[in-house]
Design a binder for this molecule. Structure first.
Ligand SMILES: Nc1ncnc2c1ncn2[C@@H]1O[C@H](COP(=O)(O)OP(=O)(O)O)[C@@H](O)[C@H]1O
Ligand SMILES: [Mg+2]
Length: 405
């Protein structure tokens, strides 16, 4: 019997995680490239802005030292106005602003005091960003008469550009997460349809021959022949087994009814049934006493199936002989824990979540669907949890089921 998930000789799940890595690496390359490219752009613009501002300072110095009262305002304006983006403040020797450009907040100020406060605040920011440019004032005799300072900071454009790649990355990241969630959701919706459809169909198909078998059994029971009546009794056992399978499939194919029941009894029943079917060298025990009552919300046919699957795996892991113990407990919050421990070969630590994936098996004749089904029953149908609580190579494994009470 071949494992259908391995027909191509490639482990699909191994490949999926490789694909995830490729996507991750490519996104990092794109993100890194985008940041790198923008940082080059930012650097170029920064140099340009610095040149522009030093041209501005030179112009200021030139006109300040120019003889006569020629009104050069228009040239002044040319250079200043051409600078429509870099915020600038010119101060006197002791650092009081007397001229500014491209500070809309100061333009909007209603009083002089307000304006001055805005400028002083801006000045502090500018000082932290760039060294101010010194302008030396001289008189006709070329003697130094005073100084002025030109403070400036990066233009809004440059500041925006610096943050742009991060904003871009954030948008891509959010988009990626949303896309991933939608994809995952639609995939799990599809898986649901397959599980449910297949289970319903199986239950339905088993129904007809089963009712026919029941009729035959009834017929044989009323037979006068002793041997036929004995046969009918044997037949009934198989019919019961088939009925159990049918009810499992029909429960998984619909929204199963959960009822609150004493799972100590439920589990004990399942165990006594199982114990008859496994080698006598495998001992299955329940650590709580038979009269203990621990209630949990379960669907009996499905929960039996879970216990059976986990115990069968445990038996398989124990090369013929060993012990399975089931511990049942409840915490203060009303959570019920079912711990199934075995003395088997253990699961490698790296595989403890993989064992639940469809198609994962280490058995020659395994399908790797047992634990997938178990997880599905516990999580989707009981709103609970299942995980490998503990495992040690060649010592044993403990699976924990968490249920609601
Ligand atoms: N109690 C256990 N001890 C060791 N290995 C286990 C145990 N339970 C499950 N496994 C591992 O998980 C795999 C998947 O189990 P399962 O989904 O039931 O599929 P299958 O039984 O068909 O292999 C098994 O092949 C085995 O390697
Ligand atoms: Mg199995």
């Amino acid at each position: 019997m071949n494992n259908p998930f391995k027909v191509t000789g490639i482990d699909f799940y191994q490949n999926r995680s490789a694909a995830n890595w490729i996507v991750l690496v490519v996104s990092f390359l794109i993100g890194g490239g985008s940041i790198y490219y923008t940082s080059i752009l930012v650097e170029k613009i920064r140099i340009r802005e610095e040149r522009l501002i030093s041209l501005y300072a030179n112009t200021l110095e030139y006109f300040a030292n120019e003889d006569g009262n020629v009104n050069f305002d228009f040239i002044f304006e040319e250079i200043i106005v051409s600078n429509t983006s870099i915020p600038v403040i010119v101060t006197d020797e002791i650092g009081l602003p007397f001229e500014y450009k491209n500070i809309p907040e100061a333009d909007d100020a209603r009083t002089d005091v307000e304006r001055r406060n805005v400028l002083l605040r801006e000045l502090a920011i500018m000082e932290a960003e760039h060294e101010p440019i010194l302008i030396t004032l001289r008189n006709n005799l070329d003697e130094v008469t005073g100084y002025q300072y030109v403070y400036y900071k990066n233009s809004f454009l440059l500041t925006q550009l610096q943050y742009y790649p991060y904003v871009q990355l954030l948008v891509i990241f959010i988009f990626g997460i949303v896309a991933y969630m939608v994809f995952n959701y639609s995939r799990s919706a599809e898986q649901n349809r397959v599980w449910v459809g297949l289970a319903k169909e199986t239950a339905h198909q088993l129904g007809t021959p089963l009712s026919s078998l029941m009729a035959w059994s009834e017929y044989l029971k009323s037979d006068s022949n002793e041997q036929n009546r004995e046969m009918a009794a044997e037949l009934d056992k198989d019919i019961q087994r088939l009925e159990m399978i049918t009810s499992r499939f029909s429960n998984i194919g619909s929204i199963p009814l959960l009822t609150s029941q004493n799972i100590v009894t439920t589990i004990r029943e399942t165990i006594s049934y199982l114990q008859r079917r496994v080698s006598s060298r495998v001992e299955i025990t329940v650590s709580s006493s038979p009269d203990e009552v621990i209630n949990a919300e379960v669907n009996k046919p499905l929960f039996d199936w879970v216990i059976e699957n986990i115990c069968k795996n445990a038996v398989d892991a124990m090369a013929g002989a060993g012990r399975i113990n089931i511990g049942i407990s409840k915490d203060n919050e009303g959570k019920v824990f079912v711990d199934i421990s075995d003395t088997g070969k253990g699961i490698p630590k790296s595989k403890t979540s993989k064992v639940f994936q469809p198609g994962y098996t280490t058995k020659k004749r395994g399908w790797g669907l047992g634990l997938t089904l178990v997880k599905r029953i516990i999580e989707n149908y009981h709103g609970g949890k299942i995980f490998v609580k503990n495992t040690e190579m060649n010592i044993g494994t403990t699976f924990r089921i968490v249920l609601k009470s």
